[in-house]
Every structure is written in structure tokens, then in C-alpha cells.
Design a protein around this ligand. Structure first.
Ligand code: NAD
Ligand code: ZN
Ligand code: ZN
Length: 389
């Protein structure tokens, strides 16, 4: 079959690879009908996440049709149409029983390595480094789904791929980030990063009743997409984020702050950004926490900082004294996707939201390598790319 494979920094190829096979009775094989490139894939593309090996199949946002089912799998049958959450989970361990699916204790095949690096293992993820199991991803014609009797979300007739594809990652991710903000009707929520994840944070915060959402980025068309959903926007190239947020909140600061940027934050003209670039380049720091610093500084005392943006390792110069003395609460994590999918699928069916609004480009899987670059560079108004195998 054909698949998009990682061969090093900025080197994704459309390769021919062996077809996947059932390896365990609970598995299923999915023929992929649609998949997407996520901001998290860019951390691999840009070479910031350790643990990739040449030839690894990329992709963790995908859906399709079940073409083969392991003999112990009672949930799926051939022909079912499913969205597959990016977090692989067993459904039975201590964490899964509590709904903490992204920290499933059993699905990471390289648990020993993760135990050493993070102190405890986290769940296996599709197409996302050998630290999270080295599972072949879904930017491919076919994928093997382990524990396929647990996570796949069956899709009812009448909904298009484009409406439901993002149930596997970015929609629940934006939703969880907003839920973690414990939104009250008087809240001003500030969202850093108007990428696909930030767009879903914004729409989720509104659905959950926030009084006002402020979106921060420097890409005009992403800010325009946010404004269309009702956000006040701040372009960090043009104005001081901290000053503007204080002005908009009469000096009080946003009640809730969401970092939907993560470890590759950009900054214009600030000293800490130069410091981070240098330290990251010489490997003295893995992540650039500019947004986190800004959020801690500007957040209203007693407020919440919610972090869906991905961090991989060590951050430096975090103003922890400000965070502690301002009584801030931090909530974060890879998304516990299946905790939210029933509710969010019902909201899509009811027409409360149509997630396809975020798609700007639909191309064939073979064009994937080129569109990694387009998405990374935000060329051609690119906000979200859907790939068709
Ligand atoms: P993206 O790269 O398309 O979007 C990031 C946006 O942040 C860009 O528009 C960029 O211009 C903006 N940005 C950069 N520096 C900024 C700054 N200083 N202030 C404000 N905005 C800034 O990616 P995405 O797909 O939207 O993903 C966003 C983050 O969410 C990534 O870190 C990704 O890894 C993470 N993510 C996490 C989960 C999870 O389970 N927690 C799931 C999906 C994605
Ligand atoms: Zn993702
Ligand atoms: Zn589990």
C-alpha cells in the first residue's frame, strides 16, 4: 500500500510499504477514506520530537471503512464506517476505567522507555514516535487499529467524512481545553493560537457559555476565521498581547487562558523568544514556552491556564513564582478523546456545530509531502488539510 512516511526533518515521502495485518484478536484493519495533517505532526516534521525512525508511517487523524476484524473483536464488523481516536487505549486498565484514556497504562508498546522519560507511561498513539509505541499512523491507505473493540467511533449514515473526521482529535481537543477552563457565564477566555485546535477551543468555549473569547495569532486569515465565530482578535505582530488583554479586561486579565500553540511558539521582538531559539538550537531546551509565560503573566489571579498545545520535554524560565502567588490552576494533557466523542457526535448530528468549517484544502494522499510544507508555512491561506488516499 502507499503511505506518508517520515525520513527526517522536513522529509516526508509517499512510499510503498507492506500492508498491515491483524496481529491480535481485538484488532481491525481500516481502509482509510479521509485523513488529515495535524499541528502535532508539524512537531515531527520540524524535528522537535525525539523518537521517530526513518520510514515511520505518519498520521493520527483518520477515518474509514472496516475491512477486516480480529476474531475476538465483538464491536466492529466489515463494512462499518468509523472514526479512530488518536489515543490507543485498552478500555480496562486503572486509567481507562476512569476515562483517562490518553494515559492508558497498557497500550504503549514501549512502556519501559516512557516510564524512564516521563516517570510513568502514557498511552500508545498512532504515528507519533516510538516513545508512544511506534504505531504506524493513518496517513495511509490502510491502518491496523489495536484494541479496535474499544475506541473507534461508529458513524451513522447521513454524515460526510468532513463533518466527523475531526472527532478523532482536534474537535475533542478544543472541547477538552474549554471544559478544563470550567467556564462561567461572566468569563473572558483568551486563546493563543488560531490554528485548527484554537478554532475548536474558541467554538467550544462559546458553546460552553463563555461571555467573550479573545483569539491571539499573527496569521490574518486564521484571525478572520476566529472573528467569524465571534472572537475579538489580537495580532501579536501588530500589538502587545499583554497590554491589549489588560485593556480589554479593564486591567483584570482574562479569567481563563488557553495555550493552543505549544512548543513551537513564535514571538515578535521579545527577548525571551531569542533566548529560547538559541537554547533550543543547541539542545539546552527542547520547547519554546513563550505563550505559557505570557499566559501566566496576564491571567487573572485565581484563573485557569488550560494547555492543549503539545510540549515534549524541558521548558526554561517559566515564571513559576507568578503562577504560584497568583493562585493559578493548570490543566493540560493529550486529549482523552473517547471521553467526549458521544456528546460531540450528537452535537454534530443536531447541527450545533459543523466541524468541516476549518478545512481549507482537500488533496490526494500522494500530494501529502507538498502539503506538509504548505500547512507548516501557512501558504495559500492553509488552515487544515484533508488528504484522500
Ligand atoms: P498549528 O501549527 O496550525 O497552529 C498553531 C498556531 O499558533 C499557528 O496559527 C501559529 O501562527 C500560532 N502561534 C505561534 N506562536 C504564537 C504566539 N506566540 N501567540 C499566538 N499564536 C501563536 O497547529 P494546531 O493543529 O492548531 O495545533 C496547535 C497545538 O495543539 C499544537 O501544539 C499541537 O501539537 C497541539 N495538539 C494537541 C492535542 C492534544 O491532544 N492535546 C491534539 C491536537 C493538537
Ligand atoms: Zn493531533
Ligand atoms: Zn487502558
Amino acid at each position: 500500500m502507499r503511505a506518508l512516511c517520515w525520513h527526517g526533518k522536513h522529509d516526508i515521502r509517499y512510499d510503498t510499504v507492506p500492508d498491515p495485518e491483524i496481529e491480535d484478536g481485538r484488532d481491525a484493519i481500516i481502509k482509510v477514506t479521509s485523513c488529515a495533517i495535524c499541528g502535532s505532526d508539524l512537531h515531527l516534521y520540524d524535528g522537535f520530537m525525539p523518537g521517530m525512525e526513518s520510514g515511520d508511517i505518519m498520521g493520527h487523524e483518520f477515518m474509514g471503512e472496516v475491512v477486516e476484524v480480529g476474531r475476538d473483536n465483538k464491536k466492529l464488523k466489515v463494512g462499518d464506517r468509523v472514526v479512530v481516536p488518536f489515543t490507543i487505549c485498552c478500555g480496562e486498565c486503572y486509567q481507562c476505567r476512569r476515562g483517562n484514556f490518553s494515559v492508558c497504562e497498557r497500550s504503549n508498546r514501549n512502556k519501559d522507555v516512557a516510564d524512564k522519560v516521563f516517570g510513568h507511561t502514557t498511552a500508545g498513539l498512532f504515528g507519533y514516535t516510538h516513545l508512544t509505541g511506534g504505531y504506524p499512523g493513518g496517513q495511509a491507505e490502510y491502518v491496523r487499529v489495536p484494541f479496535a473493540d474499544v475506541t473507534p467511533v461508529k458513524i451513522p449514515d447521513g454524515l460526510t467524512d468532513e463533518q466527523v473526521l475531526f472527532l478523532g482529535d482536534i474537535f475533542p481537543t478544543g472541547w477538552q481545553a474549554a471544559v478544563n477552563c470550567e467556564i462561567e457565564p461572566t468569563d473572558t477566555v483568551a486563546v493563543w493560537g488560531a490554528g485548527p485546535v484554537g478554532q475548536f477551543c474558541l467554538r467550544s468555549a462559546i458553546l460552553l457559555g463563555a461571555q467573550r473569547v479573545i483569539m491571539i495569532d499573527n496569521v490574518p486569515e486564521r484571525l478572520t476565521m476566529a472573528a467569524a465565530a465571534g472572537a475579538v482578535t489580537i495580532n501579536f505582530d501588530e500589538e502587545s498581547v499583554v497590554e491589549r488583554l489588560n485593556e480589554l479586561t479593564q486591567g483584570k486579565g482574562p479569567d481563563k487562558c488557553i495555550d493552543a500553540v505549544g512548543l513551537e511558539a513564535h514571538a515578535t521582538g521579545s527577548l525571551d523568544a531569542v533566548y529560547d531559539r538559541v537554547k533550543q538550537a543547541v539542545m539546552l531546551e527542547t520547547d519554546r514556552p513563550h505563550v505559557l509565560r505570557e499566559a501566566i503573566y496576564v491571567c487573572r489571579p485565581g484563573g485557569i491556564i488550560s494547555i492543549p498545545g503539545v510540549y515534549g520535554g524541558i521548558v526554561d524560565k517559566l515564571p513559576f513564582g507568578a503562577a504560584m502567588n497568583k493562585s493559578l490552576t493548570f490543566r493540560m494533557g493529550q486529549t482523552h478523546v473517547n471521553r467526549w466523542t458521544d456528546d460531540l457526535l450528537a452535537r454534530i448530528e443536531k447541527g450545533e456545530i459543523d466541524p468541516s468549517f476549518v478545512i481549507t484544502h482537500t488533496v490526494s494522499l500522494s500530494e501529502g509531502p507538498e502539503y506538509y510544507k504548505t500547512f507548516r508555512d501557512k501558504h495559500d491561506g492553509c488552515i487544515k488539510v484533508v488528504l484522500k488516499p
